[in-house]
Write a protein that binds this ligand. Structure first.
Ligand code: G6P
Length: 613
C-alpha cells in the first residue's frame, strides 16, 4: 500500500515521477504528492484523489528540477485529504519525506516531539517521522543520512522511505523495513520506487534494498549502502527481466480485461520448462534442494490472503488427492496471531502475487522461527516473500496491474498443480495412468482457455441481464468450491454487489433463505464426481425461483435444461476445472462492473499490495 517514486539525474524529475506514480497507483489512490528541488527551492505539491488530480492541481506551477520524491497514498493514519497527503515536511521545512508503511510507536514519539516544541499539521505517522529526523539532525549536527539512520533506530513499525534535504539538492536518502523499495541505476541518474515498474523503461539494473538497510544516493558519489546500525554494505546489482509492454494496456479498455485475456499465455509461462507432457516429466527447479523435506512433510500449511488464499484452497484439494499429504489452508492474518502449532516437519507454503503482503510475511517469519520449511509461490520477482522463504517457485504470470487478481490466480493454481504432481509422482501416490493423463490435460489448458475466452460476447449478454442486482450467490462443490468463493470476491470487489460463495450443499443451512426470483445463483456444475449432487442443489434453487447461471462441461444437457443460462467450458480432468471455470466468472464480474460504471482497475478502498497489517 502506498507507492513511492523518486528520481535524481538530468531528466525532469516531475515527468519521471508522475509517470512512475501512475504505474504504482494500484498501491493506493487516496491522494498523490510530489516534492521537487530546482537548486533554488524545495516545492511540495499534494492533492487528494488520483495522480491525474495532482497533475491538474500543478498545471500552472513551477515543476522544474532534476531531483524529487513522489507518493501515491492508501490512507492508514488520517483521512485521505490534502493535509495528510505525502510528502510531509519537517517543522523548519528543510526536509521532505515520503513513506510507505506504519510507524507503530508514532504517538509516543509525537508526544516527546511536542514536548520539545514541535508542531504538527497532519494526523499522520509520517509527519512524526520527518520531525524526528529534523530533531536528530539539529541535535547531532549531522547530515540527513545520519539523521535518518539514527531516527530509524527509534522507530517501531514498517517503512520504505525516501527523504530529501533542501540544503543538498544532489542527494536522496532511502531506507526500508518490511515495505519494498527498489533502486534503479542509470547513467549518472537514479530511480527509486516501491516496485520495478516505474524503473524498467529507463534501466534494467536494480538494487533491491533489504530490511534494515539505508541508502545514500548522490549525484557526485553514486550509491552507497549501510545498515541502520551503521555497517557498510555492498549493493547487489540485479538485472530486471520485466518488459515495458507488459505494463501497458495494449489496446484493451482496462488492465483487468487484458490480464483476463492473457491467461492462456500466462499459464503457458507458468509451465514453461517445468512440464514435458510427452515425456511424462514435471519438475520445479526452485524446490530441488528441499525435495526431501517436501516429500517427508507430515503436513502442508498454506498461508495467504485474498485471492491467493483461494488458490491455496484449490491447492488443498490438489495435494490431498494427488500427493496424499494433509493440508491446512490458513488466512495469514489469523495464523500469525493464533499461537499455531508448527513442527519441524511441517512445510509452510506462502502464496502471494505481490510477495509483499504484510500478514503473509509475518506468518512466514513465525513459521521460520518454529523451524518449519518455507516455500514461496510469488509472482513478483525479487519480492520480500520470495527472499524470506527457503525455496520457491515464481508463477511467471507477468506484472498484474488490475487490483482484482485474475491471471495471478490461475498461475498460482498452475504452479500448485505442477507441485502436487511432482510430489505425488515421487511419493508414488498417484497412478501412472492418471499422472500421464493429467500432464496431457494440463498441457492443453491454454488452448482450451482460448475457446472459453471466445464466449466473451455471450458472457457479456448474461452480465447485461444481471448487472443491476444487489446480491448474488456462488455455489460449487469439491475443488470448485474455492471458485465459488473467488467468483463472489471478484464480483464484490469490483462491482460493489454483495456476493457470497458457498459449498453448494451448505446452501441448505442458511443461504437458501435468501433465494427468490431476484437472486442470481452462479453455479460451477461441470461433469465430475459430484455432478449428480450439484444437479440436485440446482433443483433446490430452481424450486425457489432463483435464477441459475451455470458453468457446465461442453455438451451438457441436464443442467442446461434446468438453468436460465449456461456457459460451456471444454472437458478436462476434474482437478483442472478451476483453471478453466474461473475465467467466465472473471469475465462476468468484469462486464457487470463496467456496466455499473465502476472503476474496474482501481476499485474503491482497495489496494493491490497490502503492506500494512
Ligand atoms: C489484496 C489484493 C488481492 C490479493 C490480496 C493478497 O487484497 O487486492 O487481489 O489477492 O491482496 O495479495 P498477494 O499479493 O499476497 O497475493
Amino acid at each position: 500500500m502506498c507507492g513511492i517514486v523518486a528520481y535524481l539525474g538530468d531528466k525532469s524529475a516531475y515527468d519521471v515521477i508522475i509517470k512512475g506514480l501512475q504505474r504504482l497507483e494500484y498501491r493506493g489512490y487516496d491522494s498523490a504528492g510530489i516534492a521537487l528541488h530546482n537548486e533554488k527551492s524545495l516545492n511540495v505539491f499534494k492533492q487528494k484523489g488520483k495522480v491525474a488530480d495532482l497533475q491538474k492541481h500543478v498545471e500552472k506551477e513551477d515543476k522544474s528540477g532534476g531531483i524529487g520524491i513522489g507518493h501515491t497514498r492508501w490512507a492508514t493514519h488520517g483521512l485521505p485529504n490534502n493535509i495528510n497527503a505525502h510528502p510531509h515536511k519537517s517543522g523548519d521545512k528543510q526536509i521532505a519525506l515520503v513513506h510507505n508503511g506504519i510507524i507503530e510507536n508514532y504517538s509516543i514519539l509525537k508526544e516527546e516531539l511536542i514536548a520539545r516544541g514541535h508542531k504538527f499539521e497532519s494526523e499522520t505517522d509520517t509527519e512524526v517521522l520527518v520531525h524526528l529526523i529534523e530533531d536528530i539532525k539539529k541535535e547531532n549536527k549531522c547530515d540527513l543520512f545520519d539523521a535518518v539512520r539514527i531516527a530509524l533506530n527509534e522507530v517501531v513499525g514498517a517503512y520504505a522511505i525516501v527523504a530529501i534535504d533542501k540544503n543538498n539538492p544532489h542527494e536522496l536518502v532511502a531506507a526500508r523495513k518490511s515495505s519494498p523499495l527498489v533502486i534503479g541505476l542509470g547513467e549518472n541518474e537514479y530511480f527509486l520506487a516501491s516496485d520495478a515498474t516505474p524503473i524498467v523503461e529507463y534501466t534494467k539494473n536494480v538494487v533491491y534494498l533489504d530490511d534494515g538497510e539505508i541508502a545514500r544516493i548522490s549525484l557526485e558519489k553514486g550509491l552507497s549502502l549501510k545498515t541502520i546500525q551503521n555497517k557498510n554494505k555492498t549493493p547487489y546489482i540485479q538485472e530486471l527481466e520485466m518488459h515495458l509492454e507488459a505494463l501497458e494496456k495494449g489496446g484493451y479498455e482496462h488492465f483487468m480485461l487484458k490480464e483476463i485475456y492473457e491467461q492462456p499465455q500466462s499459464i503457458k509461462d507458468s509451465m514453461r520448462g517445468r512440464l514435458k507432457a510427452n515425456k511424462s516429466l514435471v519438475g520445479l527447479g526452485g524446490l530441488k534442494d528441499f525435495d526431501e523435506k517436501i516429500l517427508n512433510a507430515k503436513r502442508l500449511i498454506f498461508v495467504a490472503c485474498g485471492t491467493s488464499w483461494h488458490a491455496g484452497l484449490v491447492g488443498e484439494y490438489l495435494f490431498e488427492e494427488i500427493a496424499r499429504i494433509p493440508v491446512e489452508v490458513e488466512y495469514a492474518s489469523e495464523f500469525r496471531y493464533r499461537n499455531p502449532i508448527i513442527n519441524e516437519d511441517d512445510v509452510v507454503i506462502a502464496i502471494s502475487q505481490s510477495g509483499e503482503t504484510a500478514d503473509t510475511l509475518a506468518a512466514i517469519k513465525l513459521a521460520k522461527d518454529n523451524n518449519a520449511t518455507i516455500i514461496g509461490i510469488c509472482n513478483v520477482v525479487g519480492s520480500s516473500i520470495s527472499r524470506e522463504t527457503h525455496c520457491g517457485s515464481y508463477t511467471h504470470a507477468g506484472p498484474e496491474i488490475g487490483v482484482a487478481s485474475t491471471k495471478a490466480f490461475t498461475a498460482q493454481v498452475t504452479v500448485l498443480t505442477l507441485m502436487a504432481l511432482m510430489v505425488g509422482k515421487k511419493k508414488g501416490t498417484i497412478a501412472n495412468e492418471r499422472f500421464n493423463r493429467l500432464l496431457i490435460d494440463l498441457n492443453s489448458i491454454p488452448e482450451k482457455l482460448e475457446s472459453v475466452l471466445k464466449q466473451d460476447k455471450a458472457i457479456e449478454k448474461i452480465a447485461k441481464i444481471y448487472h443491476k442486482v444487489n446480491n448474488a450467490l456462488y455455489l460449487g462443490r469439491g475443488i470448485n468450491f474455492p471458485l465459488a468463493l473467488e467468483g463472489a470476491l471478484k464480483l464484490k470487489e469490483i462491482s460493489y454487489i454483495h456476493a457470497e460463495g458457498y459449498p453448494a450443499a451448505e446452501m441448505k443451512h442458511g443461504p437458501i433463505a435468501l433465494i427468490d426470483e431476484e437472486m442470481p445463483v452462479f453455479v460451477i456444475a461441470t461433469k465430475d464426481s459430484s455432478y449428480e449432487k450439484i444437479v440436485s442443489n440446482i433443483q433446490e434453487v430452481k424450486a425457489r425461483k432463483g435464477k441459475i447461471i451455470a458453468i457446465v462441461s461442453d455438451g451438457d444437457k441436464e443442467v442446461k435444461a434446468i438453468s436460465d443460462h449456461v456457459i460451456e467450458i471444454p472437458k478436462t480432468d476434474e482437478l483442472l476445472v478451476p483453471l478453466l471455470a474461473t475465467v467466465p466468472l472473471q469475465l462476468l464480474s468484469y462486464h457487470i462492473a463496467v456496466m455499473r460504471g465502476c472503476n474496474v482497475d482501481q476499485p474503491r478502498n482497495l489496494a493491490k499490495s497490502v503492506t500494512v497489517e
